[in-house]
Design a protein. Sequence first.
Lengths: 434, 270
Amino acid sequence: MRAHPLALAALAAILASIPAAAVATDADDDPFAAFDEDWDDPWATRGGGLSWSGFAEAGLGTRWHKVDNLDRLTLGELRLRAETRYDHGPFRVDFKGDLSWDQVADDLDGELRELALSFSPGRRVDLKLGRQVLTWGTGDLLFLNDLFPKDFISFFAGRDEDYLKSPSDTARVSVFSPAFNLDFAWTPRFTPDNYLYGERFAFWIPALGASGAPAEPRRADEPTNGEVALRLFRTEGATEYALYAYRGRWKQPLGVDATGAPRFPRLQSWGGSVRRPLHRGIFNAEVAWYDSLDDRDGSDPATPNSELRLLGGYEQELVRNLTLGTQFYAERIQHHERLRASAPDPATVRDRWRTVATLRLTHRALQDRLTSSFFLFASPTDADFYLRPAVSWRHDDHWLVTGGVNLFGGRDEFTFFGQLEDNSNGWIRLRYYY
Amino acid sequence: MKLRLALVPTLGLLTMLLAPATRAEPLEDVEAIVARANLAAYYAGDDGRSEARMLITDAQGRQQLRQFTVLRRNRAPGGDQDFMVFFSRPSDVRGTVFLVAKHVERDDDRWLYLPGLDLVRRISAGDKRTSFVGSHFFYEDVSGRNPADDRHSLLETTAEHYVLESVPRDPRTVEFTRYVTRVDRNTFLPVKTEYYDGRDRVYRVMEVLGVEEIGGHPTVTRSRISDPLAGASTLMEFRYTEYDVGLPTDIFSERFLRTPPVDWLRRSGE
C-alpha cells in the first residue's frame, strides 16, 4: 500500500508535463507551427539523445457477480509506459517498460515489455536478442501455431489488446532468401501464458466440481528448460504460405502432478498456414498438430491428449468503415475414447470435437475517432460463448478513452468459456499519450 | 488593350524558351492525358523517399498531427508499384508500418504492421477509400487510384489546365458519383479534384498548394483535402523528397515491416 502515492505522483508528474496546447506562434506560413515541434529526422542517429514516448493510463473494471476469495475489482490500475529506441551504427536497441500500480494485487509493479538488441550479422540475416513480443500465425484472437506467451488475465480484464501478448526472453534469428524465409526463436527458459490461477478470475476446479477461485493461488512450477519455435514462410504473388514447428510445453498448466498440483506437460507441434485475397476480402486457413509428448497414447488423465487444430477465416469490408471478420475453429482430441475411459469424472470430459465460431465487427466513424468493435466467440459443441464489445474515443493526439464489456456464459460450468461466467465484467480506461 | 496585344508575342517567346512544353499543341486524347497525369503524380523517378506531415483539422477547429516517411519503388512506369509508410508521430501510431503492393491488373495487396503485438495484419482490398490514419486522405490517395477504374472524358482545355471528368466503372465500390480534375498542362500534375456525391454536391476537394522541382520532377510539396460540407480538412506537406535513391527491391517485405530499414529512411547526409 505504501507505493500507491508513488504511482499517483508519477502519473501526476506526467500529466503536469503536458505542453500548453497550441500556443499561437509567429504568423508565418507554417501551418504546423501550432505544434511547436521541429521537423526532426525521426530516423537520425545523431543529436538530441533519446526520444521518449509512451502513455499514462488509468483503468477501472469490475465484475458483475460477487465471487468468494476474489476482489470485486477486475481492473484497477494506474499505468505509466515509456518507450524509446537507440541506434548505434548497425545496432539498435528497443525499450518498452511499464510501471503500474495494481489495486487488485495491491502492488506496484515494473514490467519490462521490451529490451532487445537488433542487428544484421549478414546481408540476409537479422538477429533480435532479448526481451521481446513475438507473434505469427493467421488467426484473429485464435492462436494455433503461435505458441508465444499470452496474457489472458490482461485480455479478460480489459487492458489494451496489446497486452494479450506477453514478452519472452528470446533469441530470434531470421534468414531471408528468394526461395523462403526462416524465423527461429529460441527461448532458453520456458515462458508460459499468464494463465488464470485464482487471483482475479474464477475458473473450473475439478476437485470442487464447480467454478470458483481457490483460497490459495493455484500456480504451477515453471520448468527451467527452454523452448524453440520455427517458421518457414514465403509470399508467392498475393498468397502467403508458412510452415511452423514448436518444441516446448503446453503454455497453460494443463497437467496434474502426483501431488495434485498443476504442471506444464511437454508439447511438440507442427503446422502450416495460408493467407490470400478472396473475393473482396482476405481468406486464411491454418492447421496445427499438437503432439502431447508426455501422453502420446492418450491414456493419462493427468496429461492433455494430443490434438488436431483447424482454423478457417474470412474478413471483408461490408460497407464503408464497417469490417466483418468471421472464423471457424475446431479442435479434435486424438484418443478421445481413452480419455473418457481414464477420466475420473467422465461427465465433464469434453467432446471429441470442440468447435468455436467467431464474429468480429469493427466500425470506424468520425474520421476514425470513434471506433466500435464487437467480438463474439461462440462454441456450438460446448454451448458457451464469450462476447467482448468495446467502444473507443480518440479525442485528439493525446487523449483516448475506451470502455467495454467481457461477457462469458454457457450451459455448463466446466466448458472453456462457461467456467468463466462469474468473471463477466465491465471496464473503462483513460489514456494520455505523450 | 493595345499594350496587352503588344506584350503577347514577347511573353510567348519567353515561355517558349523557358518551357517548350507549354507551347506544345494541347493533347486531345483523354487517355493520354490521364496516363501522363498518373505518371506525374505517382511515378516520378524509379523510386523515391519522402517525409510527410499531415495536419488534420476537424469541424470544431481541433487539430491533430501525423508524421511519416514514405518509400516507393516503381516496378514499371505506370505499372505495379510498392509503397511503404513508416509512422513516427503521434506516439500511439509510432512504429506502425503500412505496406502496399500496388497492382494495375488486380487488387492491391496491403499489410499493416502493429508493433505493440508484433503483428503483421493483412488488410482487405475493399476498404481503400477509407480514412488514412484519421486524416481526410484515403489509403487510395497515398498510392494512387487505378485510372482504369474510371471512365474519363475531357471537358475542357484551358490556357493552363486540362479539365477532366471521371465516372466510376463500378459505382458500388466508391462513395462518389463523379469527380472533376484539373491537370496542369505543363507539369501534368493534377492540381485540383472535386468529388461529387449522389446529390451532385462537391463534398470532397483535393487541391495542390505547392509544387517544387526536385531531381527534375515537378513534385507536389503541399496539398489539402477538404470536406466543405463539414468544414474540415487535412493539409499534407512533403519535405526531404529524393528520387532515384536506389532502394533495393527486397525492402518492401515482411522483413522490413518488423525491422525498419533505417539506412533508407534517414535523410541523406545525416
